[in-house]
Ligand binder design. Sequence first.
Ligand SMILES: CC(C)(COP(=O)(O)OP(=O)(O)OC[C@H]1O[C@@H](n2cnc3c(N)ncnc32)[C@H](O)[C@@H]1OP(=O)(O)O)[C@@H](O)C(=O)NCCC(=O)NCCS
Length: 243
Amino acid sequence: MRCEIWWTTPAGDLDRCLPLLDDTERTRVVRQHREIDRLRFATGRVLVKSVAAKWLGVAPQDVVLAVECDTCGSALHGKPRLREPASGVEISITHSGRRVGVALAEGGPVGIDVEKESNVTEPNLLEPYVLARTERESLNEMTGEPRSRAFLRYWTRKEAILKASGAGLTTPMTRCLVSGPDEHARALSVPGFPPAGSSLHLVDLAPGGGYIGAVAVAVPGPVEVSENFWDRSELFGSLGSHL
Ligand SMILES: CC(C)(COP(=O)(O)OP(=O)(O)OC[C@H]1O[C@@H](n2cnc3c(N)ncnc32)[C@H](O)[C@@H]1OP(=O)(O)O)[C@@H](O)C(=O)NCCC(=O)NCCS
């Protein structure tokens, strides 16, 4: 099975993104209070539609996403899925600081997470909400990576899994157990996930200096993960002929 990760940086100008956004997505842009959040959201949509278009052999504006919250049914938040064209391809989107990332996978659900290291200055305040008791004990014994970096390894691995499952943070992160930051990434125990017949693959990513990332994908067999960077000017340049 194939899983592709694509990274880019947020668009500098919202007008470059708008032609690819549908009415619901434009509503969500308007609802964001900060310009950087508008740009990160819109860039995520442009990136995922552009990569999906390449996978599926269509134009980016022919790619339609659907969002539905598993908890309240809202179409304005929740796990995004590809609605058109019909395919078995699953997607996930993440953004933090100057990174926007997407994951596409065939054969099963995928979740991606990136966090900017400098956003977490006091990991010890967050630890009780993220780590199980055994994980906190392991973190206390670690002497290698800086504590904030080791903490973010746990965080991104867990969030990638919970985004793949679609539960997001409605499942407490403390109930999702993963291997330690200095070990090979591995899911140890996740409530109700993956579905029977699938294996949960967890891979640490390399989003660039100052960022930590992970991807989780649940598929029946082995999976090959590739990681790529799409330069922002090339991403928007490539749209020119389609818009
Ligand atoms: C999803 C979530 C884990 C994201 O956390 P984050 O670190 O702030 O943000 P990230 O940038 O990594 O990810 C955001 C992306 O996750 C995706 N996403 C949102 N909810 C998701 C879910 N339940 N499952 C998978 N992906 C989800 C979206 O694509 C979103 O990006 P977009 O808004 O630009 O489309 C967290 O916000 C969450 O769990 N939210 C849902 C909570 C919920 O369901 N509450 C009930 C509401 S009724």
